[in-house]
Design a protein around this ligand. Structure first.
Ligand SMILES: C[S@@+](CC[C@H](N)C(=O)[O-])C[C@H]1O[C@@H](n2cnc3c(N)ncnc32)[C@H](O)[C@@H]1O
Length: 296
């Protein structure tokens, strides 16, 4: 008997684990994602008829919206390492009645060999390079597939910023349970920060990699927020603790199960529930970068 297909970790996170399956959390996330999507697409200056390659297209946030901008005469290439997510994009494209204006290519950002030299007008990518070890090679691939005059538009979180600031668990005051936080952190630190592709770069590296690959007219918008109050997507700890901060990380509940005893988990839960019951907002510590560049 055929088993039930278990989606890969990338699909599981995008479709479930980032919001714990909660509709309110998903809706709050969707508003933020829409702003980010529009920032990337505006930065790409897409014209009708363009061919757009979205690298690491996920469930189609950027690529599906790019279809509207390229119009009837244009094309969008969705590329990702996740077969499950390419299938998800295929389903959306079919439901939208636009499958013939789409191509789907299974490829890693640092090896886009399924895409010909100088064959696309625009390369977009959002929150993908953080997962790529060979970032310089990825930029070289973006350069290779772009036509002269083609545009690159990227968004990446600069996670090293929040990590250096010691940001943890929505910015709550965890001083009274600092011993538990130290243990909990072990579940998130799989490799030393200087070897972790999510942590071992910043906005200047993005500029350097793009420049080295051959791009010109580089423009980078960097935004850093440190300890800024922000309402949480939900005040329900049972929901929040089943969310994971990124596709490679455990949920807070999984991290607690891995690193804490049951009485320790209870102590952590009570502390966080009291913070939430008091209506204390979360505190955001986050840096992000939008990078635009042109193939000369
Ligand atoms: C955080 S999601 C972002 C998805 C999408 N770009 C968006 O904005 O919603 C990261 C995506 O990168 C993809 N990914 C991870 N490593 C990759 C690699 N080496 N090359 C291409 N895509 C990769 C994952 O499969 C996933 O779809």
């Amino acid at each position: 008997m055929a088993g039930v297909h278990q989606q890969d970790r990338w699909a599981q996170w995008l479709l479930q684990r980032r919001d714990g399956g909660d509709p309110d959390v998903r809706e709050r996330g969707a508003a933020m994602l829409a702003r980010c999507r529009d920032g990337v697409l505006d930065g790409a200056a897409i014209a009708p008829g363009d061919v757009v390659l979205d690298v690491g297209s996920g469930d189609g946030l950027i690529g599906l919206a790019a279809l509207d901008r390229v119009g009837e005469g244009g094309q969008v290439i969705f590329s990702d390492i996740s077969a499950d997510l390419l299938d998800e994009c295929r389903r959306h494209a079919a439901a939208g009645g636009v499958p013939d204006r789409c191509r789907f290519v299974m490829a890693s950002a640092d090896d886009l060999r399924g895409i010909a030299d100088e064959s696309v007008d625009v390369v977009t990518t959002r929150s993908v390079l953080i997962y790529v070890d060979r970032k310089q090679e990825a930029f070289a691939e973006f350069y290779r597939v772009l036509r002269p005059g083609g545009r690159l538009s990227i968004f990446e979180p600069i996670n090293s910023f929040a990590a250096e600031a010691g940001h943890h668990l929505f910015g709550f005051d965890l001083t009274p349970v600092a011993d538990l936080v130290t243990k909990l952190r072990q579940a998130y630190a799989s490799v030393p920060p200087d070897q972790d592709p999510m942590l071992n770069f910043d906005e200047r590296d993005l500029l350097r990699w793009a420049r080295t690959a051959g791009f010109s007219q580089l423009a980078l918008d960097y935004r850093a927020e440190l300890d800024v109050p922000e309402p949480l997507p939900t005040g329900d700890w049972e929901v929040l603790k089943n969310t994971a901060p990124n596709p490679l990380a455990p949920t807070f509940a999984e991290a607690a199960a891995q690193t804490l005893t049951e009485p320790e988990r209870d102590r952590l839960d009570s502390h966080v529930r009291a913070i939430l019951a008091a209506g204390t907002p979360g505190r955001k510590t986050l840096a992000t970068a939008y990078l635009r560049a042109v193939h000369p």
